[in-house]
Write a protein that binds this ligand. Structure first.
Ligand code: CP
Length: 315
């Protein structure tokens, strides 16, 4: 593929190829082995139109570990503030001939639109409620390392499903790899028609968590609630926050995940988040670097192959 815009178009074997390469990078990162030749001929531009800590830092680090020239634009202080459109910004940067563009945007579909206007390979770093493909891939790698496989597992995704691009990308990836996915949350935060994606839906944590292998918690995304119903945090934690009693319903060796940023005492008890016997939250962050290295490596290989073909065709 030319871009990484979402999990939706990926085939299971493409996911496995990327995870296998990311696994190699994860081991090499731990051992301090570097690969600065992989993107040595590439320029990577990172554009964040919405806040980020994990994704932004790990894409930047991934590019540097692979030897790319990396530039991050603080969109809050760019000419977007003077009224420049997304497309004009994209065309301006395109004229500087970047090879890889990493983009986060608050609007669903904005990254796909941008990808149609530029020559670079585009990586979606999260667009609105739509997709966050590298998050789902790093989650899959984390699960595979903890459970030894990424198929035939029972995975509960809990909380604000309606506003979550992380949930959407994970539902697609886990479904493609033949896992059982349960969605647990208040009916007001469950998207209409979601059962069509082959998932089971629960509004009760105790029932939904029964016997699952993986518990994935999500943040309440108040910034996307558009003045709609916002639950009280106390009531929400009581009914849907992950505490010891609720976690006891899952398998005894079930792992706990959270994509971050985390609101302790709202969707998760802080002691569970910090419990190194159950929580793999820090491993998720670590795998984020490896997965982003793998994604950029594979897209760069495709880019070089396409350019070589164009050169041959041009004679
Ligand atoms: N998980 C995630 O996307 O975190 P950031 O918003 O900090 O990048």
């Amino acid at each position: 593929a030319r871009h990484l815009l979402g999990i939706e178009p990926l085939a299971p074997d493409e996911i496995t190829t990327l995870l296998d390469l990311a696994q190699t990078y994860a081991e090499d990162n731990r051992a301090g082995r570097t690969h600065r030749d992989v993107l040595a001929d590439m320029t990577q531009i990172n554009m964040y139109f919405e806040n980020s800590t994990r994704t932004q830092a790990s894409f930047e680090l991934a590019g540097k570990k692979l030897g790319a020239d990396v530039m991050s634009i603080a969109m809050q202080s760019s000419s977007v503030k003077k009224g420049e459109t997304l497309i004009d910004t994209a065309l301006t940067l395109n004229a500087m001939h970047p090879d890889l563009l990493v983009v986060r945007h608050p609007s669903s579909g904005a990254v796909d639109l941008l990808a149609q206007k530029v020559n670079a390979a585009v990586l979606n770093a999260g667009d609105g409620r739509h997709e966050h493909p590298t998050q789902a891939l790093l989650d899959a790698l984390t699960i595979r390392r903890a459970k030894g496989r990424i198929h035939r597992l029972s995975v509960a995704i809990c909380g604000d499903i309606a506003h979550s691009r992380v949930a959407r990308s994970n539902i697609m990836l886990l479904g493609k790899m033949e896992n059982r996915v349960r969605l647990i949350g208040p009916p007001t935060l469950m998207p209409a028609g979601i059962a069509e994606f082959g998932v089971e839906v629960f509004d009760n944590m105790e029932k939904g968590l029964e016997g699952v292998d993986v518990v994935m918690m999500l943040r309440l995304q108040k910034e996307r609630m558009d003045g709609g119903f916002i639950p009280s945090e106390r009531e929400y934690f009581h009914r849907y926050g992950l505490d010891r009693d609720k976690l006891a319903r899952a398998k005894p060796d079930a792992i706990v995940m959270h994509p971050g940023p985390m609101n302790r005492g709202v969707e998760i008890d802080g002691t569970i988040a910090d419990d190194i016997n159950r929580s793999v939250i820090q491993t998720q962050v670590e795998m984020g670097v490896a997965v982003r290295m793998a994604a950029m490596d594979l897209l760069a290989q495709n880019l070089r192959a396409a350019r070589a073909q164009t050169a041959v065709a041009a004679g």
